[in-house]
Design a protein around this ligand. Sequence first.
Ligand code: UT7
Length: 332
Amino acid sequence: MTKINAAITAVAHHVPDYVLTNKELEKMVDTNDEWITSRTGIKERYILKGDNKGVTDIAKGAVEKLLAKRGIGPEEIELVIFCTVTPDRLFPASANIVSEKTGMKNAWGYDLNAACSGFLYGVTTGSKFIESGAYKKVLVIGADKMSSIVDYTDRSTCIIFGDGAGAVLLEPTEDGTGIQDSILRSDGSGEPFLHQKAGGSRRPPSQETLDSGEHYVHQEGKTVFKFAVSNMADVSFEIMERNNLSADDVAWLVPHQANLRIIDATAKRMGVGTDKVMINIDRYGNTTNGTIPICLSEWESKLNKGDNLILAAFGGGFTWGSVYLKWAYGPS
Ligand code: UT7
């Protein structure tokens, strides 16, 4: 019997209209364009403005574009995996909310939180529903409204993050393309270095948590950087080794966009030239779960059927991982 693989058959992304530039940040905190550019590679990022707007409002745009591209109706989607750390509400799941907003009325779904590695966890788990034969159309969304948990008086975090959404459709294929392998890891000892202190059950929101800013992202950048550089590079190299891929075999590295220096270190460890690395951190910043699907969407027209792609991420938890896939279709 031919093996069923899960293949990405469509991809799309969406970002809000407002662009927050380094120049504007210079007026908000004690920072400058030169520092931000040289330490992170970021020039600008998108921010969702307006009352009562959440991550599903951004994701809705990506889902609608994806359905239009694939030429299918929302009622054909069977399962929605919504990877995010900034859900509209703690419950119900943003998967439910975006399904309602876009008419995916036959889908069930759930939210998945693995911080910046969420999209890789989502693609891997989503692919199992396809490979098992249980489902034929699984939508994996990676989206965050990071501006909702960023302290715009904290220069060490507010320069990094942006808002954005990407989505991919997984469908079965028997032609050998699609998801080939994945390595996913987590290490809970990383919790102190990157987290949101309050808002969950351990530290419910109160006047005290608000006053002390515990509802914002807390990151000890240097420590996270150290772990990110070695783990993201190692796991990307490991997946190449175990699939007998040389640097020449890799068409594209699709890295989580947290810091240009982390991306460069990963490419170097893999022996992959920068011309084969998807980099858009300069225009989007770190959109957490959005980074990898936004890259795939932006580079879609350059991808050919059979191209070997290595997706790699590192994030809070700590979580990290890599996915090896063969792109399933050519430029349209
Ligand atoms: O996506 C999830 C995973 N996250 C990551 O992978 C992020 C990993 N970490 C990083 O990318 C980097 O650590 C940061 C970009 C967050 C920070 O860069 P860094 O090179 O590690 O800087 P640092 O935190 O060591 O700070 C160096 C100096 C400090 O000043 P002193 O103590 O040397 O006087 C900071 O106060 O830079 C200062 N600084 C700034 N200066 C201007 C920190 N933020 C800023 C800023 N503008 N925005």
